[in-house]
Write a protein that binds this ligand. Structure first.
Ligand code: 4NP
Length: 151
């Protein structure tokens, strides 16, 4: 199973989601993340995201930001988007229905959060990063359950 987490900059939400998901799935799963913009390409995650993850025993410090590519739609089985703007941008890049079907909102499997978005903590403080971590942790649990049930 190959899972791609996507947000805007690939320095806050999706790197955290990648790190959390990796800590929950077997080693034969591939988990990666990307952004819809290339503004932060090559950068490590935001220091506040690194610190928040580290507080939960997860190391995301070596990740590097990259924009989503055409090849991602072929290579990954599931593409999870952190908010509706990201979802719409990613869906618009899919070249056919099979690719579009791989794309969904990250919080959808978590049920309670149907149609909800993972808020962008970039302009916030450490408390916002911690709240986002908790939301991502719940979302990753729900995704894990859904994938393991269907496989
Ligand atoms: P992310 O957060 O999408 O969770 O990585 C952001 C990172 C950078 C910017 C916006 C959101 N930015 O405008 O540079």
């Amino acid at each position: 199973m190959k899972i791609l987490m996507v947000c805007l900059g690939n320095i806050c939400r999706s790197p955290l989601a990648e790190g959390i998901m990796k800590s929950k799935v077997p080693e034969n799963f591939l988990v990666d993340s990307a952004g819809t913009i290339s503004m932060h390409e090559g950068e490590h995650p935001d220091k506040r995201a690194v610190k928040t993850a580290s507080g939960h025993g997860i190391d995301i410090s070596r990740q590097r930001s990259r924009p989503i590519t055409k090849a991602d739609f072929e290579n990954f089985d599931k593409i999870y988007c952190m908010d509706i703007d990201v979802y719409e941008e990613v869906v618009s890049q899919a070249k056919n229905e099979a690719e579009r079907r791989k794309v969904s909102l990250f919080l959808e499997p978590a049920g309670d959060y149907k149609n909800a978005e993972v808020p962008d903590p970039y302009w916030g403080d450490m408390k916002d990063f911690e709240e986002v971590f908790q939301l991502l942790d719940k979302g990753c649990d729900a995704i894990r359950k859904q994938i393991l049930q269907s496989s």
